[in-house]
Every structure is written in C-alpha cells, then in structure tokens.
Design a protein around this ligand. Structure first.
Ligand code: 1PR
Length: 559
C-alpha cells in the first residue's frame, strides 16, 4: 500500500501483539496485516513485534517464506521497526532453544544473561538506556565488542553485561525493549536474552516516539541521556497494582479484595466484596503510575478458563488504555471439559496472551508440578510451566505462591526449610515454615514455599509472585522474613506481595530483602473499600505517593 496512514504489521500469532496494535491506532494509523510474503515486500512501513521464543518464530518465518521477504525488505533499507524478538531474529543465531540460526542480517549472537554475577534473570523492568551515538562513548567501550555490528548499534544498556538495547541503520530500526509497554517513559525490557558483541550508539525511545515514520524519527532527550554514566545499572524497583477479580453472586465480574483470602462481607447477606470494575480500576492505576497491573481470577480454579469470556474481554479492553505490562492468573492448567475435549495449559495461556496479557501467572498447578518434580527429579516437559515458557519464553511465566505461616518451636520438626522469625509466633514460637496452598488457600500441600520456589525456577518460571495468606489484606506490612528467604534462594525476580498498608512498608521490603517488585491491592483500593461494609483499615494511599516516598528514601523507581 502507498497509503501514508497505513502500517503493515507482521503478526504470526505467537503472543500478545494486541498492545502494539493499540499503540499504532493510538498514534492515528491504520493496520494492514501481513498475509503473504508479498505483503511484506509491498509495505510502506513494517512493524515486526516478535513474540514468543526464538526457535518457533524462526520456524514460522522459514516455513512461510516470510523470512526471505523480510531479509529482502531490510536489505533494501525500507522503513522497519522490530520489537523484542523482532530485534533478536535479525542476528546470526540465538542461544535460546539452541543454538538456532536467525535471519543473519546483523553479525552477532543472541546470548543469555549471566545470572551468576548477581543480576536477576530474566531482565524484567525499567532500566536506563545508554545513548551512545557519539564516538566519544564508542571509544569508551574500547575493543571488547565486535567491530562487525558496530555500525548497527544505536543504544545499549548495562545490566552486569553491556547489551544492545536498539539497533538502527538507515530506515531500519529494532529495539530490544517494548516501547508499547513503557507507559511513555524509559522502557521495559523483558530481555531474557540479549544480543552480544556490541558497541554503543544510540537513541532513546518511548511509546510516544514509536517511529512509525522512521524518516522523521527523532530521539527524545538525547542530551540528558548522553550525560548518564556508563556503569552497570540496576533495574528500578517496580510497584504493581493487583486486582483480584471474580464473579459476584449476580454474575458480574468485579474487583474484590480479601481479608486473609476471605472475600465475603460477613454482613447480613454475606456478599462478595465489590470494589468496582476491573477495566476502570486498571486504567486508573496505570495513570497513577503503576509499573504493571495484575489481574488474578481468584475462582479460576473452579471454572474452565477458556469459557471465561468476561476475563478475556477484561484483558482486551484493559490493553487499550494500559500501556504497561499486564499479568493474568487463575485457572491456568491442563483441562478436559464435559465433552471430553482436552485443552492443554498452553492453549489456555495462548488465549490470554492473544487477548492482551504479557505474562500469565500459575498458582495451584505450579504446586502440583513442583511436587511431582521433587518426587521424580524428572523434567517431563509437560507441566504448564515448561510448556508455556518453552513457547513464550520464561519472562512470560510467573508462579504465584500462596503460603501460610506454620509456627514451629523446633525447625527439625519438619522436613521443609524453616526460618527464625524476627517476631515470635502467638505462643512464643521462634520458627516457622511456609506451607504452600492451592485453590485460593483452601487446601494445604506437603511442600514449603522455599522448596516450591527452587523447583519452579528449575522448571522454567521467570518470576515469582510471593503472597502470604497471614498478611493478606491486613495492612500491617509485608512478611519480610519470608520474602528475604525466597528472594535469596532464587535468581529470578521475586515480587513481594500481601500486607502493604503504608508507604513505609514498601521501603521496608525493598531495603531488607532482594525483592524486585512489590505488589499491593487493598492499599490502592481503599477509597473504594471505605464505601463497603465495616472494614477497619488504614487510609487509601495512591501509587504516586508510594513512588515518591521510595524515591525520597533513595530507592530507584520509574516516576
Ligand atoms: O491457583 O492458578 O487458579 O490461581 C489463583 C490465583 O488467585 C492465585 O494467584 C492466588 O494467589 C489468587 N487467589 C486465590 N484466592 C484468592 C483470594 O483472595 N481468595 N487472591 C486469591 C490472592 C493475593 C494477592 C493480593 C495480595 C495483596 N490475592 O495477590 O492481591 O495479598 O493484597 P493486600 O495488598 O491487600 O494485602 P490458580
């Protein structure tokens, strides 16, 4: 097409491209989907938001002839923007699922981050870009990087290792991060893998400057970024708003909030506590500065999730207005319906990704998988964690742990890892272990939070959402003992959850543990809660105030 208002999109159906679509439309363009390789060759401008893992994406490109068309399009210096995997695929090969050969347009290998240096992998969150367009900085990096791809590099990022954050040559751009998920600021890079052998040169990028018209694209705030020091940068700590969603007794999908996982009002009618509409609240929290939004379908363990059209609709609508990552959890597992039709957890997850989720979160099914794995010591490849991470990448798989504190006088009383408590239990117990539960806390299982966390990390989970039933909804602070134990035990990011009631609780958890993010629910919804039945709680605190407080206390956050 020659129409200037049209953007051609290469979406091979492997994940969440919905947000990119929403971003393109938000900028006033129309979308033409690639159906055949010819559509690539005829594009006026092309966006390739690679999603999923490297090998399956290359298979699609090779088997459809799209790969060949892409190479010719790029070699002819036609307007192009690759995002995430859409950048990685341009390189010679990747270590993900591999080595697997890529399109070979840029010299270099896509490698794995080295988590042994104390940097958490996958790399999920907000990290500062290095603008390295001027030769001064290029010289600075010296000869460590390959000369061959030097002319491609437009920006880098240092996360223990220096890695390529974006490339550009002529009209061809590609970025490792997700401008469409960066809320108009900085960027987020779920860069489990990153292209190596690089130099720096650069541009900065944001959703607002998505270079739909690459000819006139202009980096924003180049000067201030140029001045930033070239040292290993830590990821900003994330603040995540969580919406527990369920159907109320009238059949509407509502945001609710439990008190130690109990979501009933306990007033006369014993209704499900209704705090508002999921899409509206998500939009509000995004505007208020949430780094991510999570939807937990808390009764998903009961119903067949693919039948759960309202939840899919919530994701579709939320992703139109929320330009930060969305996570969805609840009921992700293999399933056989009443007609004996079998659905794999992968199919269930795929439906969520297509509807706008960037990550899925697995609770109950992860407990079963971990128990099985610890018993047999065999990775079957069949668990939901393994299946989904293989296709969508580890960064897309969160495991939600719902542990309950079990007090002990003597740690040798149990076979599970226990800790010495900072504050003794109700009967003076000095120790506790944390028992994993399934089905929203309804059933305790013979596995501890520590054992579960280690096992799911080995199975391929990319992040842990660490709740604590005892603290949930209490507003008295996070369980720092538990969060410290788990965040020290694994090298994937840990999201601290349950108990936030004041801004100080966030500082507390970030300064005393290695949590990468803190998630909260009640503290952000209290305005809504105060109009429901008696619920004796501290006042509502906006996300903005939490972040301002963290910044004041010297903890880096995205403002
Ligand atoms: O087991 O895969 O179907 O997933 C079910 C998911 O639903 C799990 O992630 C589980 O944590 C969640 N869930 C199940 N029942 C409840 C409940 O409340 N009755 N919600 C529930 C759990 C926990 C937190 C909460 C924090 C912060 N919500 O995410 O938002 O504790 O709350 P606070 O800041 O107000 O203290 P599956």
């Amino acid at each position: 097409s020659n129409d200037d208002s049209v953007v051609t999109l290469l979406d091979y159906g492997a994940g969440n491209v919905r947000s990119v679509r929403n971003a393109i439309r938000h900028l006033g363009f129309q979308i033409k989907d690639v159906q055949t390789p010819k559509d690539i060759l005829n594009a006026r401008r092309l966006i390739f938001p690679g999603v999923g893992a490297f090998a399956p994406a290359m298979d699609v490109l090779n088997n459809t002839g799209m790969g060949e068309a892409l190479c010719s399009y790029i070699q002819n210096d036609r307007p192009f923007l690759g995002i995430c995997l859409g950048l990685q695929l341009l390189f010679e090969s990747s270590e993900e699922n591999g080595p697997v050969a890529g399109l070979g347009l840029i010299p270099g290998v896509v490698g794995r981050f080295d988590s042994s240096k104390g940097f958490r992998v996958p790399h999920i969150g907000w990290n500062a870009l290095q603008i390295t367009k001027d030769s001064e900085i290029l010289d600075d990096i010296g000869n460590r990087h390959s000369k061959e791809n030097k002319d491609w590099i437009s920006s880098t990022c240092n996360y223990g290792d220096e890695f390529i954050a974006s490339v550009r040559k002529g009209k061809v751009h590609a970025v490792q991060f997700h401008p469409e998920k960066s809320g108009g600021k900085q960027f987020i890079t779920p860069a489990f893998l990153y292209p190596q052998h690089m130099d720096g040169r650069g541009l900065s990028f944001s959703f607002e400057t998505l270079p739909l018209d690459v000819d006139t694209f202009c980096p924003n705030d180049l000067e201030s970024l140029k001045r930033t020091e070239r040292k290993a940068s830590k990821l900003a700590k994330r603040v995540i708003a969580c919406l527990d969603v369920r159907t109320n007794d009238e059949g509407d999908l509502v945001v609710t909030k439990g008190d130690q996982y109990d979501v009933r009002e306990h007033a006369e009618k014993n209704e499900v506590r209704n705090l508002g509409k999921p899409v509206e609240l998500a939009g509000q929290y995004y505007k208020d500065g949430a780094d991510e939004v999570s939807f937990l379908n808390i009764t998903g363990f009961r119903d067949f999730p693919l039948g759960d059209l309202p939840m899919l609709q919530v994701l579709r609508s939320a992703s139109e207005n929320v330009f930060v990552p969305l996570t969805v959890g609840g009921g992700i597992r293999d399933f056989t319906d009443s007609n004996d039709r079998y659905y794999s957890s992968l199919e269930v997850a795929s439906e969520y990704f297509r509807s706008g989720a960037d990550k899925i979160s697995i609770g109950s099914d992860a407990v079963h998988a971990a128990e099985e794995y610890l018993k047999t010591k065999v990775k079957t490849g069949k668990s939901s964690i393994e299946q989904i991470s293989r296709v969508y990448g580890n960064q897309a798989v969160v495991v939600s742990i719902d542990p309950r504190r079990m007090y002990l006088n003597d740690p040798s009383d149990v076979a599970f890892k226990s800790i010495r408590l900072t504050k003794p239990g109700p009967n003076g117990e000095e120790y506790a272990w944390y028992q994993c539960t399934i089905n929203g806390g309804r059933e305790g299982r013979p596995i501890g939070a520590y054992e579960l966390a280690k096992a799911v990390e080995e199975l391929g989970a990319g992040e842990i959402l660490l709740n604590c039933i005892d603290c949930d909804g209490q507003g008295k602070g996070f369980d720092v003992d538990l969060i410290k134990m788990i965040s020290d035990a694994v090298s994937i990011p840990v999201i601290a959850s349950s108990g936030a009631g004041a801004v100080e609780h966030f500082t507390d958890v970030f300064s005393k543990t290695n949590a990468s993010a803190a998630l909260a629910a009640g503290i952000f919804h209290r305005k809504e809660m105060s109009c429901t039945a008696a619920f004796d709680q501290p006042l509502e605190v906006p996300i903005r105030s939490v972040k301002e407080h963290l910044l004041k206390e010297g903890i880096e956050v995205r403002i």
